[in-house]
Design a binder for this molecule. Structure first.
Ligand SMILES: [Zn+2]
Length: 223
């Protein structure tokens, strides 16, 4: 079973949920896989470059088998993600490259995921962790960890020290490289090198629930 990647690219130009259709063979389509849990793409945002009203930048939620993955998170995606997850868990994050329209919301997302594990301060007291924090693998280009730690340190949250460390507490960093393959839950994600002004990877997502490798991916970044 494979997925028609051209459909993904076409539908990924608008926001909303895409139930990717499975293709059994050349020219053949099986019924929509909606509800089978095989592979569903939800476009959280698709605007690149300058922000615009009610148009989040690049962000894609992929449900592959039992895994829920976030691909990129430009400005505006953190709020969309919170609504899309609806309290559900995120199993992995993949950042294509270190341009802000693809990664600006990573620290806000870390804080959102950390928030249920922090007690908020009463007057004169600091917020504290309430227990262990489950870590989400966060796949980044080289230099990504240093970049996000720098951002984290630039904007301390003095009233609640755990929020100072949101990136490190919530994410387990994994450095990506073209050709790399990364297993997350019931999915395997392969990084594909793309041409751009900086090092960049597109991501091909395969659901282990499919009978054979299942290539699909949001279109690679272009800006
Ligand atoms: Zn870019």
């Amino acid at each position: 079973m494979t997925v028609d990647a051209s459909q993904v690219s076409r539908y990924a130009t608008r926001r909303g949920e895409v139930h990717v259709r499975a293709v059994e063979g050349p020219g053949e389509e099986s019924p929509d896989v909606a509800g089978t849990g095989t592979l569903v793409l939800q476009v959280l945002g698709r605007r690149s470059g300058m922000p615009a009203l009610d148009e989040p930048s690049s962000g894609y939620l992929v449900r592959a088998g039992d895994a829920t993955l976030l691909l990129d998170c430009g400005p505006g995606v953190a709020g969309e993600l919170r609504g899309a997850l609806g309290g559900g868990e995120l199993d992995g994050v993949f950042i294509s490259h270190l341009h802000l329209d693809h990664c600006y919301d990573l620290i806000p997302i870390a804080k959102t995921l950390l928030s249920p594990h922090v007690s908020y301060p009463s007057h004169g007291r600091e917020g504290l962790l309430t227990g262990p924090v489950p870590q989400v693998p966060c796949h980044l280009p080289a230099d990504g960890v240093a970049a996000f730690r720098t951002v984290q340190e630039l904007f301390p949250v003095r009233s609640s020290p755990p929020l100072d460390q949101a990136f490190d507490l919530v994410f387990r960093p994994v450095e990506t490289a073209p050709g790399g393959s990364y297993a997350v839950g019931g999915a395997t994600v392969t990084a594909v090198g793309l041409r751009h002004a900086v090092p960049v990877c597109g991501f091909r997502v395969a659901s282990d629930a499919a009978a054979s490798p299942t290539p699909a991916t949001p279109a690679g970044p272009t800006r």
